[in-house]
Ligand binder design. Structure first.
Ligand code: SF4
Length: 360
C-alpha cells in the first residue's frame, strides 16, 4: 500500500540566528536545515516551519487489556484500543518495539485514520480508553491530542504510554488532554540514559513530578530491569526512595522483565528473582503498590489493600480473579481507599488481544 506522508503544522519550534529551526518538543532540541528531519524522524523542517509527517497515520491498532499498558489501577479489566505511529525521540538499544520506533519507512504506517474514525472504532469495539503506545506519543503530540479530544467527546479516556522525555511547554499542552499515563523510568542514573538511550534522566523526573503535582492524570511507572545494566539493589533502592519522597507512596510501580532485542542481545533475560527482589525493595521503601511484569507471578501482580493487606484485585496474568473494591476504590473489608480510577465492578475483557484494521 502506498502511503504519502502528511505535512501537519506544529507550533513548538524556534527560528535560530544561523538560519536553522530548532524543534522545542523534547530535550533533544534538533536544529534543522531545510528538508532535514529530527532524530525522531517524523518531525521535519518544511520551509519556514516544522511539520509532523505522520499525522493521521498509524502502524496498526489492537484491542488489549488495560493491564498490558501496564496500568493496574485504571479501570481494571477493561479493554483499550492501542495504537502507535513510527519513530521515537530516544534511541534505546534494548527497544522492544524497534520495528516501529526505528522505522524509516513511511509505509510501515499501514493504517490511515482520522481522530474521529479512531474514536468511532473505540466506541464500536466497546473500549473504555485509547492508548498511544508502541512508540512515544510525544513525537506525534498534535495527532494524539486531536484523537484524545475526539475520544473525550464520546466518553472514552486517553492513556499515554511514554518515556516522559518532553519539554515543559509541550508537556503541559499534551497532558491537558490525557486521563492516564504509564511513564517508563528506564533507570535511575544519567549514565544509563546517556549510554543506552541517548537521552537524560532529569527531564523524565521532571515529567513525573509535573504529573503528580500539577495534573489530575492518573499515572503509574514502569521500570524494565536489564541484567547488569540497571538492576542493582542500590539503584532500585535509590529509585524507589526518590519515588516515595517526590511522588508519594501511591504511585504504582511495575518492575518488568527484559528480553534480548534490537541492539542489546548480549544480555540474558531478567531472572524472575530480580523482579521479585525489586518489588520487595520498593515495598520496604514505602511504595504501596509494586508489581512484577512479563513473568507468571499472581502474587506479584495482585493489588493488596494498603490498610488491611487483603487482596482487593486478584490477578493471574491479565485476568482478574477477585475483586474487593467499591465504586470509590475503597477496600470492602476495611474501607481504606486504594489510589486509582475504579468502578463498582471490573471489566470483563480478560487477556485477549484483538488486532483491528481501520481505514483500508
Ligand atoms: S521531537 Fe523529534 S525533532 Fe523534536 S527535538 Fe525531539 S527528536 Fe528532535
Amino acid at each position: 500500500m502506498q502511503v504519502t506522508e502528511s505535512s501537519h503544522p506544529t507550533r513548538w519550534w524556534t527560528e535560530l540566528d544561523d538560519g536553522r529551526i530548532r524543534c522545542d518538543v523534547c530535550p533533544r532540541a534538533c536544529a534543522l536545515h531545510e528538508g532535514q528531519r529530527g532524530l525522531c524522524f517524523v518531525r521535519k523542517r518544511d520551509g519556514d516551519r516544522i511539520v509532523l509527517t505522520t499525522y493521521g497515520r498509524s502502524s496498526g491498532f489492537c484491542v488489549d487489556p488495560i493491564e498490558k499498558k501496564p496500568l493496574n489501577h485504571f479501570l481494571p479489566g477493561t479493554s483499550v484500543l492501542s495504537f502507535g505511529t513510527a519513530g521515537c525521540n530516544l534511541a534505546c538499544r534494548f527497544c522492544q518495539n524497534w520495528d516501529i520506533s526505528k522505522s524509516r519507512e513511511i509505509d510501515t504506517l499501514a493504517d490511515q485514520a482520522s481522530p474521529e474514525a479512531i474514536a468511532d472504532a473505540a466506541e464500536r469495539l466497546g473500549c473504555r480508553s485509547i492508548a498511544f503506545t508502541y512508540n512515544d506519543p510525544v513525537i506525534f503530540l498534535e495527532y494524539a491530542i486531536d484523537v484524545a479530544d475526539a475520544c473525550r467527546e464520546r466518553g472514552i479516556r486517553s492513556v499515554a504510554v511514554t518515556a516522559g522525555y518532553i519539554n515543559e511547554g509541550p508537556r503541559a499542552e499534551f497532558y491537558r488532554h490525557m486521563d492516564a499515563a504509564n511513564v517508563d523510568l528506564k533507570a535511575f542514573t544519567d549514565d544509563f540514559y546517556h549510554r543506552v538511550c541517548a537521552g537524560g534522566l532529569a527531564p523524565v523526573l521532571e515529567t513525573l513530578e509535573y504529573l503528580k503535582h500539577e495534573t489530575a492524570v492518573w499515572f503509574e511507572i514502569t521500570n524494565l530491569l536489564i541484567p547488569g545494566l540497571n538492576d542493582s539493589e542500590a539503584e532500585v533502592d535509590a529509585m524507589t526512595r526518590w519515588v516515595v519522597e517526590h511522588l508519594g507512596p501511591d504511585v504504582p510501580m511495575h518492575f518488568t522483565a527484559f528480553h534480548p532485542d534490537w541492539k542489546l542481545r548480549d544480555r540474558p533475560p531478567t531472572p524472575p528473582a530480580t523482579l521479585r527482589r525489586a518489588r520487595r525493595i520498593a515495598v520496604a521503601n514505602g511504595v504501596r503498590h509494586a508489581y512484577t511484569g512479563n513473568i507468571v507471578d499472581p502474587e506479584g501482580q495482585s493489588t493488596r489493600c494498603a490498610g488491611c493487606g487483603r487482596v482487593v484485585v486478584g490477578r493471574d496474568g491479565y485476568s482478574i480473579t477477585s475483586w474487593n473494591l467499591d465504586a470509590q476504590g475503597r477496600c470492602t473489608s476495611c474501607g481504606a481507599v486504594c489510589g486509582g480510577v475504579f468502578e463498582e465492578a471490573p471489566g470483563a475483557w480478560g487477556p485477549r488481544r484483538l488486532p483491528v484494521r481501520l481505514g483500508r
